[in-house]
Design a protein around this ligand. Structure first.
Ligand code: ADP
Ligand code: MG
Length: 677
């Protein structure tokens, strides 16, 4: 067995478990080892049951005194009761629907129990406690890892499999010695063991730190690599086409100064014979798409093809529509390629791309597929960059030779962070909104005042406008997300009677999503209830009200992006945040979004106010490169990882060069923990 062995070489993995594991993305031992707990349960080591509070999780040792007869409740539940005792008191334990539980206990034997205190009608019980096998209470038994699970898969199963794998494997160290020493890191093997089975809190912390560093270091190596590849290769030198003037004359609006400046920077890059690698950062609604279209046009006029990739089908459609509209008089062959494109159409489009008759293709991840081959790719644009990993970006770039690359993001990233995050990119900023945009009036109300928001929504609809309602996001759990949209739908339906409402969520087939978005765009749907699917880029100027439920759960930057879905036309727009304020930080966060419409300011605030894990929403964005680390909280670690990666990359030390080669050879295999052996 080694880390690349198939998961079924572990004892106890039959076809059924294998399938469940595969659904969690676990195919090999390595996948299993880096399936890190999403959280840990902390148990209070409590000897005194008496002092335990309601809902507190405790561990205690006690002896079985009495095993009661099972009772059946009116609604058919089976309750088993066992009375335990220790020196001080009696402890009543109850289990629901586990009649077999009695068989695991013997009268007068002592057990270590772990469970939750429950006080019901004045009676204090331990509910559904579990027995811990080993006799003494160790410190490690009070930290229990919790894994993200798919239905049918138990937490204990994952734990057991990992334990079994770690019994057979020692994970080889993969960082150079000088890095380990510099940071006093524990070994990779020890880190992996402790993240799954913490010996104690301190080692859990050390383990997590080591592995967080691993992510950030790997990421930084990649950006360093991309940067040097680019600097060492000559790019295409595009001419500035005279047709650009014709296009500019036909634009439906004048570019803002900020747009013109960004466009100039891009065209200057295009003209140079080095490879362009530029990031356009611009607040929501600042008009990035038009910049992408104009610069694409210049590349097409030079006889090269353009690929424009968006993170969702909805966005790809939208870009496609806007592009074909803007370029309609130039007789260009522009195609849309998405997952939901029929296979027959796909074949035709791919053939045309390969033959070079397609000038520009707009699409989703579908563009990354191996069989999408270009005749003469010259320019790649990725929208909302943080949704795509660095490696995905380079995959598209590699479909051409010396391709220029432009990435666009609406997430205003504080300067310090963008230095590490986009170390390989030059940055243009569009810090101005098109004229005539009004401030989006933003309000915060408590959940108990919800009805006010809905009656305001009705008023807007009666005036012919449309409304978004965004639902609380449930982290890491798509099926829960789904229930929360559906519940919200049931809840708000009654306020809107005959008005057409629809749900939109991530689990819908893309066709259905597009369909609903189309109806919403056409104004046939008045209220759209959705998860954060709509967060990025969607443009429906007639929507003037955004209601966000459980607003305190979102990162500020994310709230700002959501809010940016309204205020896209010339009509006064509003955003109502509904939520609960339980801490001072939450209060200040909500204040900064209510009081400001400036994405960059908000991002800085978010950065400063960072309160426990509710920041920025990078994880929610699916930035797969960072599983453990939070690039905001771990900024210092990110900084040193970046410095280390840079000096490793630039070093002339042969040993270090070997490490780099080794890492590069593994890049395709696993982008995150590439340096496993
Ligand atoms: P984002 O930067 O969020 O991607 P978009 O490119 O979707 O923004 O632009 C938002 C809206 O503003 C679009 O409807 C677009 O046509 C419009 N727009 C872009 N630039 C200008 C401009 N200079 N003047 C007026 N409207 C503009
Ligand atoms: Mg956009």
């Amino acid at each position: 067995m080694n880390v690349y062995s198939d998961i079924n070489c572990i004892k106890g993995v039959g076809p059924k478990t294998k399938k469940l594991l595969e659904e969690c993305g676990i195919n090999t031992i390595m996948d299993l080892l880096i399936y890190f707990p999403r959280d840990y349960k902390q148990f209070t080591n409590c000897i005194s049951f008496k002092e335990g509070k309601d809902k507190e999780e405790i561990i205690l040792r006690a002896t079985v005194k009495d095993i009661k007869k099972d009772v059946r409740t009116k609604n058919g539940k089976n309750i088993s009761t066992i009375i335990f005792s220790n020196e001080e008191e009696n402890i009543k334990c109850k289990w629901f629907n586990q009649s077999y539980i009695k068989n695991s206990f013997v009268l007068n034997e002592e057990y270590t129990l772990k469970g939750k205190i429950n006080i019901y009608k004045g009676e204090k019980i331990l509910l559904n406690p579990k027995v811990i096998k080993s006799t003494p209470i160790n410190e490690n038994e009070s930290i229990e890892p919790i894994y993200s699970l798919k239905e049918g898969l138990k937490n204990t199963t994952i734990s057991k499999l990992i334990a079994e794998a770690l019994n057979n494997i020692e994970v080889e160290e993969n960082l150079p010695k000088w890095i380990l020493e510099k940071h006093s890191f524990i070994s990779l093997d020890k880190a992996i063991r402790n993240i799954h089975f913490p010996e104690n809190k301190a080692l859990l912390y050390e383990g997590r730190k080591r592995l967080k560093y691993q992510e950030l270091f790997t990421y930084s190596l990649k950006t360093n690599m991309l940067k040097s590849v680019r600097n060492n290769n000559k790019g295409i030198s595009f001419n500035i086409s005279s047709s650009l003037n014709d296009l500019k004359k036909q634009l439906p609006f004048d570019l803002t100064n900020a747009q013109s400046k960004a466009l100039r920077e891009i065209l200057t890059d295009q003209k140079k014979d080095i490879i362009m690698n530029r990031l356009v950062q611009g607040d929501v609604g600042s008009g990035k798409t038009i910049i992408a279209i104009i610069s694409s046009f210049n590349v097409i006029m030079n006889g090269y093809q353009v690929a424009f990739m968006a993170p969702t089908e909805i966005l790809a459609h939208q870009h496609y529509e806007e592009t074909t509209k803007i370029l309609k008089n130039f007789n260009l062959n522009i195609k849309l390629l998405c997952g939901s494109t029929t296979s027959k159409e796909k074949e035709i489009i791919k053939k045309e791309i390969k033959e070079g008759t397609v000038h520009m293709v707009i699409g989703t991840h579908a563009l990354l597929e191996d069989n999408v081959e270009f005749n003469n790719l010259g320019f790649v644009i990725t929208d909302e960059q943080h949704r795509f990993g660095v490696m995905q970006r380079s995959k598209l770039i590699n479909k051409g030779k010396k391709v220029d690359s432009l990435v666009m993001t609406a997430t205003p990233i504080p300067r310090t962070l963008s230095l590490y995050l986009f170390g390989d990119l030059d940055v243009s900023v569009i810090d101005e909104l098109p004229p005539g945009r009004q401030k989006i009036n933003t309000y915060f109300i408590k959940s108990s005042e919800k009805e006010r928001a809905y009656s305001f929504a009705l008023k807007q609809i009666n005036e012919g406008r449309q409304v978004y309602i965004v639902c609380p996001l449930v982290e890491d759990n798509e099926s829960l997300d789904l229930t929360s949209v559906e519940n919200l739908y049931e809840e708000v339906k009654k306020y809107f009677n005959e008005i057409p409402i629809s749900i939109l969520h991530g689990k819908m087939p893309p066709k259905e999503k597009n369909n609903i978005m189309d109806l919403f765009k056409k104004g046939e749907i008045k209220v759209l209830i959705s998860t954060t699917v709509i967060e990025v880029g969607v443009n429906v100027p007639n929507a003037t009200l955004m209601i966000i439920e459980n607003a305190q759960r979102f990162g500020l930057a994310q709230l700002h992006q959501l809010r940016g879905r309204v205020g896209r036309g010339d009509k006064k727009s509003y955003c109502i945040l509904i939520g609960e304020i339980k801490s001072d930080i939450t209060k200040r966060r909500m204040e900064s979004i209510v009081n400001s419409n400036d994405g960059f300011f908000i991002a800085e605030q978010d950065f400063k106010l960072r309160g426990g894990g509710e920041i920025f929403g990078f994880k929610q964005h699916g930035e797969e490169e960072f599983i453990l680390s939070n690039i905001i909280d771990d900024i210092e670690l990110f900084k040193s990882a970046n410095e280390d990666a840079k000096s490793l990359w630039e070093s002339n030390n042969l040993l270090d060069k070997n490490i780099i080669n080794y890492i590069l050879n593994k890049l395709d295999r696993d982008s995150r923990y590439i340096c496993f052996n």
